[in-house]
Write a new protein. Structure first.
Length: 400
């Protein structure tokens, strides 16, 4: 408790200001290729500056900022240890396209720092990493110019320019940016659900983007076929992803609005709404759940991946709450729905709420099932939750 008359610390205000600074420091590092420069091993400020094309003072200061942000590590050079001789943390996925490592034999001097990738950066910030968020960093806030007008947007009830007014300008980049992380999450969900027997399963993905959900299910269910629906302005991304995936020849891609495209009435085993409901007004979201439910066969499952708004705001729900605010700032959507809202819409469409999974902090995968189909004894009972993210992907190694 503060002494009488003593004002509280302004630290929370500074942390908010620092958040703006941290974001743009990270964007700059990504634009400079700083993380790729360190992918082959540690570098001192001079070598790092040369690799990213910035003078040593500025490169060192940016690297220091990334250290305090927890994305890099820094340690004094050790006499007799050759810089670049130690392996960096090992992220999953394809090898980085970073340039060659610093030539061996450049012995460490004294009094200088050596920078290296932290485990978070090695896993999520290399462009070609299996779970890369490098593109997502720039796309996740939506169009940046919408944020300074947030107060007026809240007064008006909509931003001056909505993302959906020109979907081809923003959604293709967002679809590509979200795909790496969502593919791992989707694969984990697909493993949790039992593939149906006795017929060829059909997986329907509404608002598919780069189709990480549909392709993950087809990868887990080798006898299934898929149907992906995406807007005409974005569908080329879906087709590119399908063409590049071994399971893509089993995925039919349809251009159109998921509110209007004809769906297989009562023919789908899984219908996926992956991160689309929060961009819709509540009435449209409810109608979309009803459309998805009507497409399910008896025993089929609706899978909704999103960031439901918490019943009580708290720091633990930062991702969900700020994601909702992002939708208000950039789209005509409602911003978020609560889990209870979704389950109410599902019940109204004749579905029975099923297990809820949390494969990533802040992200929830909610399910609901159409009654009927195989008896419970014929299908394994879903487990109550997913494994943590570290077991969704192969574990990474690190020298930290």
């Amino acid at each position: 408790m503060l002494p009488p008359g003593m004002p509280p610390t302004p630290a929370p205000v500074w942390e908010i200001i620092h958040g703006f600074r941290r974001y743009w420091a990270l964007v700059a590092a990504l634009d400079l290729g700083l993380f790729e420069a360190l992918a082959s091993g540690p570098l001192d400020a001079a070598a790092l500056a040369e690799a990213v094309g910035v003078d040593i003072h500025r490169a060192g200061l940016l690297a220091d900022a990334l250290v305090v942000m927890g994305l890099l590590t820094a340690a004094p050079e050790v006499p007799g240890v050759t810089i670049g001789s130690q392996p960096p943390p090992s992220p999953p996925g394809p090898p980085s396209q970073a340039g060659p490592p610093e030539p061996a034999g450049r012995a460490a001097g004294s009094g200088r720092l050596v920078y290296n990738l932290g485990l978070v950066a090695a896993n999520y910030l290399l462009r070609d990493g299996q779970r890369s968020m490098a593109r997502l960093v720039r796309e996740a806030p939506g169009p940046h110019e919408r944020w300074p007008e947030l107060a007026e947007t809240l007064r008006r009830g909509a931003p001056s320019a909505r993302v959906e007014d020109d979907p081809g300008a923003f959604y293709p980049n967002l679809a590509r940016a979200t795909a790496p992380l969502q593919r791992g999450v989707a694969a984990a969900v697909a493993r949790e659900l039992a593939a149906p027997s006795g017929h060829q399963a059909l997986v329907v993905d509404l608002g598919a983007g780069a189709a990480p959900w549909a392709l993950a299910f087809l990868g887990a269910w080798p006898d299934a076929r898929g149907l992906a629906v995406e807007l005409p302005e974005v569908v080329h991304v879906t087709r590119e992803a399908a063409a590049a995936d071994p399971a893509g020849d089993r995925l039919d891609v349809v251009a159109g609005s998921f509110h209007r495209v004809e769906l297989p009435a009562g023919g789908a085993d899984v219908v996926i709404l992956g991160h689309v409901l929060r961009t819709e007004p509540r009435t449209a979201a409810r109608r979309l759940v009803a459309r998805a439910a009507a497409a399910l066969r008896p025993g089929g499952t609706l899978v909704v991946a999103d960031y439901p708004r918490p019943d009580v705001p708290s720091p633990a729900a930062t991702t969900e709450t700020l994601m909702a605010l992002t939708i208000l700032a950039t789209t005509g959507g409602q911003g978020a729905f609560r889990a209870a809202d979704l389950y109410g819409w599902a019940r109204g469409a004749g579905l029975t709420p099923g297990p809820t999974y949390t494969p990533l902090a802040g992200q929830t995968v909610l399910t609901a099932t159409r009654p009927g189909g195989p008896s419970p004894a014929a299908r394994p009972a879903p487990r109550p939750g997913l494994r943590p993210l570290g077991s969704v992907y192969p574990p990474s190694e690190s020298r930290e």
